[in-house]
Design a protein around this ligand. Structure first.
Ligand code: ATP
Ligand code: MG
Length: 396
């Protein structure tokens, strides 16, 4: 086995030395993606520094298979782009390079950034494109467990921020002052919760406190970015616990302002976790439909007093609830269309005749609407249990 070293700001860190063997084992598991290794080697050959960084090193050291491999380098995005034929420059806030290995697979390469960010009057980052050194790059990252680098050439983990200590103690610690770092980028609050749950870690009390005080900052984040974050939050095995934590720390209000915890939501999130564990597909449309179901019912009842066609009121209620939601978190068109389908089909599933039922089974959204009905019957609407059984039998 290779001899793995740790470079850290503490010259002779006893704690780290004790864990050298574990690190060696973890990184030696051949779990490092071949293409990522190639990219690092190619950059090194061209005379640039290049390291694996972030989530992949965190996950490797915990013995998990990383889902992607990010690379940090001293080369500028333009230099990286020139070295790799099949690459493209991307990024609005940050300029990054994607090196393509297939139509679906790419490796993301980011140039070291200095911590010096340009902020607006309210402390929000408006530009973060000043390049820096490896060390500066470490300090501009969010949490210490996310700021570990791995030098493939020298088999060395580089840790400037006590990330290894936090990792082995299972602690989410902010690099720098949480109040300031959350002001710079409020999405870090959501990330704190996501990593806490993902790693089964504890959160530094300073982080929890500043989330409670600053949750409202999420109101200013672009809806499209929050949509991406919501997918990451709930499309994993810990969806239920993530939801609980978001409620507890007050962040849920700024993602789904119309949503209150219900047994239907809990049941659905546990079901989502199970599906992901079993490799079954999940769609955000289903989750959004569940999160907003109570609000849609409430709005329906408000509108219903005016005695128009039931169908038209359903549509109006759906549109009102969806448009309020999208003020906060974007719902792409295909997604809101599916959410509406699921909702509109509930009435039909509850009431239609047997003749109509055979037709409904062929509807492209039938499966989702049926799953929705079943979960309702197992939580908030036990009176629908018979009807759910009816549909189950009909499909056999
Ligand atoms: P995962 O991919 O498992 O969700 P990750 O840690 O790799 O987790 P990414 O969003 O892929 O998360 O980001 C890669 C790295 O970039 C992070 O580990 C962190 O070091 C840095 N990073 C990402 N987002 C931010 C942010 N908002 N502020 C500061 N650093 C960030
Ligand atoms: Mg990642």
């Amino acid at each position: 086995p290779k001899n793995i070293m740790v470079e850290s700001h503490k010259a002779n860190n006893k704690y780290l030395n004790n864990h050298l063997c574990e690190i060696e084992e973890a990184v030696d598991k051949k779990l490092i993606d071949k293409d990522a290794q190639k990219v690092v080697k190619t950059l090194n050959k061209a005379g640039h520094e290049a390291y694996l960084v972030g989530g992949c090193i965190r996950d490797l050291l915990l013995g998990h298979k990383p889902k992607d491999f990010d690379i940090a380098t001293s080369a500028t995005p333009e230099q990286v782009h020139q070295i790799f034929k099949r690459s493209r420059l991307i990024g609005r806030r940050f300029r990054l390079v994607h090196i393509m290995f297939s139509s679906r697979k790419y490796i993301e390469v980011a140039t070291f950034r200095s911590g010096k960010v340009k902020t607006a009057g309210n402390g929000v980052i408006v530009r973060d494109n000043l390049y820096g050194t490896l060390k500066e790059d470490a300090f501009r990252r969010d949490f210490s467990v996310n700021a570990l680098y791995y030098d493939i050439q020298n088999s060395q983990v580089i840790d400037y921020v006590d990330g290894l200590e936090a990792l082995y103690n299972s602690e989410i610690r902010m690099i720098g002052n949480p109040v300031e770092r959350f002001k710079e980028d409020p999405v870090r609050m959501i990330r704190a919760i996501r990593f806490k749950v993902k790693l089964g870690a504890t959160i530094d009390p300073k982080i929890s406190k500043s989330i409670s005080n600053q949750a409202y900052l999420l109101a200013n984040i672009p809806a499209a970015r929050l949509y991406d974050e919501c997918i990451k939050l709930f499309h994993n095995e810990n969806a239920y616990e993530v939801f609980e934590q978001l409620v507890k720390c007050g962040l849920l209000n700024y993602l789904f302002p119309q949503t209150k915890e219900t047994s239907f939501i809990n049941k659905t999130l546990l079901n989502t976790s199970k599906r992901i564990k079993n490799g079954k597909p999940v769609t955000p449309a289903f989750l959004f439909a569940v999160f907003l179901w109570e609000a849609q019912n409430k709005r329906f009842n408000e509108l219903n007093k005016k005695k128009k066609s039931r169908f038209l009121i359903m549509i109006k209620a759906s549109e009102d609830v969806i448009s309020k939601q999208t003020e906060q978190v974007l719902m792409p068109r295909w997604l809101s269309a599916r959410v509406k389908d699921i909702w509109l089909m509930q009435y039909q599933l509850e009431n239609c005749s047997t003749k109509k039922a055979k037709e409904l089974i062929g509807h492209p959204r039938f499966r989702m609407a049926y799953d929705f009905l079943v979960l309702r019957s197992e939580s908030i609407n036990p009176e629908l249990a018979e009807r759910a059984k009816y549909w189950t039998k009909l499909q056999q």
